[in-house]
Write a protein that binds this ligand. Structure first.
Ligand code: F6P
Length: 363
C-alpha cells in the first residue's frame, strides 16, 4: 500500500447540521494521529472541476466550528462531474463528462485519498470515482436518513428536532382555532423525517411516500376526532408522498439546469380536503429550516465519530468503503452496497406498527 501523505475532503449535495463536526474530526484525526496534510475542496465536486477552489486545512481552521450548522467548505447539488451541466453564452445547455479531468486534478493535487461526505447523489459519484481508481472513503450525511447500510445519517436528528418543535407550535394554534394544520416536511422519497416527527409531535395523520394515501381515510379520521370533541387535527405530510393512483408533486422552476425539487403536496392535499370537510385548513411548509441550525449533541457526536473513523479507514487502505453506524458501533460497509438502493421505511417496521397502535392515520 502506498504511504498516505495528503488527503482531500469535500462536502457534496444538500447541507445538513453536523457537516462541520465531521470536517473537524477528519482534520484533527488526520493531523494528530497520522501527520497527514488535509486539503479542503470547496463546493463539493465543483471544487475539483473549477480552479482555485482548494485550500489546506490546519487545526486552526477547524477550531470553534463544532456547533456551527452548514459546512465551512461550501457545497452544491449541481456539480456531477460525470454529467456536468453548463450554460453557454448563447443560452445553450451542454452536459459533459468531465470525470477524467477531475481524476487528473486529484493527481495534480497529490491527493493519496479523498473523503467524500455526502448523501445518496454524492456517494454515488464517489463510488464511480472509486471504480475509476480513485481511493475514496465515504461518510453518509442527510436529513432524509435514506442511505442504506447505516442505522442513521448525521443531520437527521437535528432536522427531526426542528420539525418536532414546529409541530408542537402548530398544535396550540390549531387547537385554539379548531383548524386542520398540514405540515409538509422534507425527506425526498423516504418517510423517516415525517414519520418520526409526526410521532414525536403527536400528529393525528402522517402521510409518507412508502404508503400512497387515500384522502377519504384522512377525512374519516378528522370526522372521528370531531365526534370526540377534538375539533382540530395535525397532518404531517412528507414532500415525496403521493395519493394512491396519483403522482408526486414537484415545484416548478424556470431554470432548466436545476434538479427537480419535490414540494407542494401539502397545498394539494389541503385543496382536495377542503372539498370534503368544513374545517379551516392551513398549510405550513417547513422547507430549508430543517437543514439549518446548530447540530444536536447526537449529530455532533455521530459526525465526530464518522469523521475520525473515515480517517482510520484511509490509514488502513480501505477504499471503496463508507463509515456506518450499527447499534452502538461505528463500522464500515462497501460503498457499492450503500448506494445500491435508498433506505425507505419498511412497511413492517416498528415505527409504523406503533403509529397504528396509537390510532394515527397513515392514509
Ligand atoms: O436531500 C436533502 C433535501 O433537503 C431533501 O429533503 C429535499 O428534497 C432537497 O434536499 C432539497 O434540495 P434543495 O436544497 O436543492 O432545494
Amino acid at each position: 500500500m502506498e504511504q498516505i501523505r495528503r488527503i482531500g475532503v469535500l462536502t457534496g449535495g444538500g447541507d445538513c447540521p453536523g457537516l462541520n463536526a465531521v470536517i473537524r474530526a477528519v482534520v484533527k484525526t488526520a493531523i494528530n494521529d497520522y501527520g497527514w496534510e488535509v486539503i479542503g475542496i470547496e463546493d463539493g465536486f465543483e471544487g475539483l472541476i473549477l480552479p482555485d477552489k482548494t485550500r489546506e486545512l490546519h487545526i486552526n481552521d477547524v477550531r470553534g466550528i463544532l456547533p456551527q450548522g452548514g459546512t465551512i467548505l461550501g457545497t452544491t447539488n449541481r456539480a456531477n462531474p460525470f454529467a456536468y451541466v453548463t450554460r453557454k453564452k448563447d443560452g445553450r445547455i451542454v452536459t459533459r463528462d468531465v470525470s477524467g479531468e477531475v481524476v487528473q486534478r486529484i493527481h495534480e493535487l497529490h491527493l493519496d485519498a479523498l473523503i467524500v461526505i455526502g448523501g445518496d447523489g454524492s456517494l454515488k459519484i464517489g463510488y464511480e470515482f472509486y471504480q475509476k481508481g480513485v481511493p475514496i472513503v465515504g461518510i453518509p450525511k442527510t436529513i432524509d436518513n435514506d442511505i442504506s447500510c447505516t442505522d442513521v445519517t448525521f443531520g437527521f436528528d437535528t432536522a427531526l428536532d426542528t420539525a418536532t418543535q414546529a409541530i408542537d407550535k402548530l398544535h396550540t394554534t390549531a387547537e385554539s382555532h379548531h383548524r386542520i394544520m398540514i405540515v409538509e416536511v422534507m425527506g425526498r422519497d423516504a418517510g423517516w423525517l415525517a414519520l418520526e416527527a409526526g410521532l414525536a409531535g403527536g400528529a393525528d395523520v402522517i402521510l409518507i411516500p412508502e404508503i400512497p394515501f387515500d384522502l377519504y381515510k384522512v377525512d374519516e379520521k378528522i370526522e372521528r376526532r370531531d365526534r370526540e370533541g377534538r375539533r382540530f387535527s395535525i397532518i404531517v405530510v412528507a414532500e415525496g408522498t403521493r395519493p394512491a393512483g396519483g403522482e408526486q408533486v414537484y415545484q416548478s422552476s424556470k431554470d432548466p439546469t436545476a434538479p427537480r425539487r419535490l414540494g407542494g403536496i401539502g397545498q394539494w392535499a389541503a385543496g382536495e380536503l377542503s372539498k370534503m370537510c368544513d374545517h379551516e385548513i392551513r398549510v405550513t411548509v417547513l422547507g430549508h429550516v430543517q437543514r439549518g441550525g446548530s447540530p444536536s449533541s447526537f449529530d455532533r457526536i455521530l459526525g465526530t465519530r464518522f469523521g475520525s473513523a473515515a480517517a482510520r479507514l484511509v490509514a488502513e487502505g480501505r477504499f471503496g468503503e463508507m463509515v456506518s453506524l450499527r447499534g452502538e458501533c461505528i463500522g464500515a460497509v462497501s460503498l457499492a452496497d450503500a448506494v445500491s438502493q435508498l433506505k425507505t421505511v419498511p412497511l413492517d417496521s416498528d415505527l409504523i406498527r406503533t403509529a397504528l397502535s396509537l390510532g394515527i392515520c397513515l392514509g
